[in-house]
Design a protein around this ligand. Structure first.
Ligand SMILES: [Fe+2]
Length: 413
């Protein structure tokens, strides 16, 4: 595939399938937040249920246990080249004002050296992380969340470093910071044995021949089905060797209903996506035994910019107390900054002998009330949170809601 994303024009699903059918290999895909785990090599991996009651066994690579741990060094570990293109919200047919930036998604771009990738992998592939920080849901069988910074100092320093934040912010078109520590380097892992790979390829080829899997809305086995993220921006980094991977794209739903696909990143490369506002799907990938992606979520650094963060897709797959604590802490800090800024403006206005701006002050108060009301909605009483079950409240378009209903993605079992 070329370095340019390819577009499926808005049309009936039948027409869409026909277009994709002409390039069947490019239709086998995947992306951001989910995985199938069954076994790696000769090590068996138990299947967990979507309730987080089961635990996979960590697929430890022997070479990692002896890897010397080193601190993050931006001059050595960042190997950045700008993306060939970023797609604006306008190019994706979203109306002005949707989102917090004009940028919708980037093409994949090199970001980390191989040594940096190996350090991050070593931190992830530890028994402690897999034992304490593994979650599953109806949307994803296995994810690692919240292990930073306790078990991953290198990864923590990566995503807190001014150099990385500067790169991410420039590509995103807005100054960003990680939403909170809990959302640094959320991990998706997909592992297939050789037998499973061969079987998956066989099924994919058959589906492509029949014109079934070729249509994104008809992909019944995506790595992660259609969704919007809970946070404004994400940076998805590939931590596996995907040289022989077929597929691995992210499908994006445009504002006019059309579908575009963006290539998946290679090892050490990343993609930036304004995922809170764009419905997207992590499509199937084949030809690789292991696929590990790291997803770090971002919010605007400036407190006066709107923050539409919700907890819809993360509440059921989190240590609830930790998530609520970090969410409350950062939101209160944003609110404090806003109040201090407004107080200064009021004071300066009075010192300049200008009259009190009643309308502006009331509008500010209303905005903060809505900010707090949003928090009140997101912090759901613990006993009412169904662990491991994500509902369809994050979906936007009727077409995708109906598609998910037909597939039973959100059926309670
Ligand atoms: Fe996502």
């Amino acid at each position: 595939m070329e370095d340019i994303s390819y577009e499926i024009p808005p049309s009936t699903s039948h027409e869409t399938c026909q277009i994709i059918q002409e390039t069947p290999q490019e239709t086998i895909a995947e992306e951001v937040q989910e995985q199938e785990i069954s076994s790696i090599g000769s090590q068996n991996v138990s299947k967990s249920t979507p309730s987080n009651s089961g635990r996979y066994v960590v697929p430890i690579h022997e070479t990692l246990s002896s890897l010397e741990r080193i601190p993050f060094d931006p001059s050595k570990h960042i190997e950045f080249s700008p993306p060939s293109k970023t797609w604006t919200m306008q190019e994706l047919d979203y109306t002005e004002g949707q989102g917090i930036s004009v940028v919708g998604v980037s093409e994949p771009f090199p970001l980390f050296s191989k040594e940096a990738v190996m350090q991050m992998r070593a931190e992830i592939l530890s028994e402690e992380v897999w034992d304490k920080y593994q979650f599953s849901s109806n949307l994803s069988h296995c994810q690692l969340r919240g292990y930073v910074p306790e078990c991953a100092p290198f990864t923590y320093d990566v995503w807190k470093s001014p150099e990385i934040l500067d790169i991410v912010s420039k590509i995103a078109g807005i100054d960003l910071v990680p939403v909170m520590d809990w959302e640094i380097a959320h991990i998706n892992i997909s592992i297939q044995s050789e037998g499973e790979q061969a079987k998956a390829l066989e099924v994919a080829q058959r589906d492509a021949d029949e014109g079934v899997a070729a249509c994104p809305l008809e992909d019944d086995h995506p790595i992660l089905d259609w969704h919007t993220d809970s946070y404004p921006f994400v940076c998805v980094t590939m931590l596996s060797d995907c040289t022989n991977m077929i597929g691995g794209e992210t499908a994006l739903r445009k504002g006019n209903g059309g579908i575009v696909k963006v290539r998946g990143p290679q090892m050490g490369s990343a993609v930036i996506l304004q995922g809170r506002y764009i419905e997207h799907q992590a499509m199937r990938a084949f030809g690789t035994s292991e696929r590990i992606t790291s997803v770090t979520s971002f919010r605007p650094r400036a407190p006066n910019i709107k923050d539409d963060t919700v907890l819809t897709t993360v509440r059921p797959i989190s240590d609830l107390k930790e998530l609520y604590h970090q969410y409350t802490e950062y939101r209160f800090e944003v609110l404090q900054d806003r109040l201090q800024d407004m107080s200064r403006k009021l004071r300066d206005r009075k010192r300049a002998h200008r009259s009190y701006d009643t309308e502006a002050t009331k509008a500010f108060i209303r905005e903060q009330i809505e900010f707090l009301e949003a928090m009140d909605r997101e912090i759901i009483i613990d006993k009412n949170v169904q662990r491991g079950y994500i509902d369809d409240g994050h979906l936007v378009s009727d077409e995708i809601k109906q598609s998910s209903k037909r597939k039973g993605t959100y059926d309670i079992v």
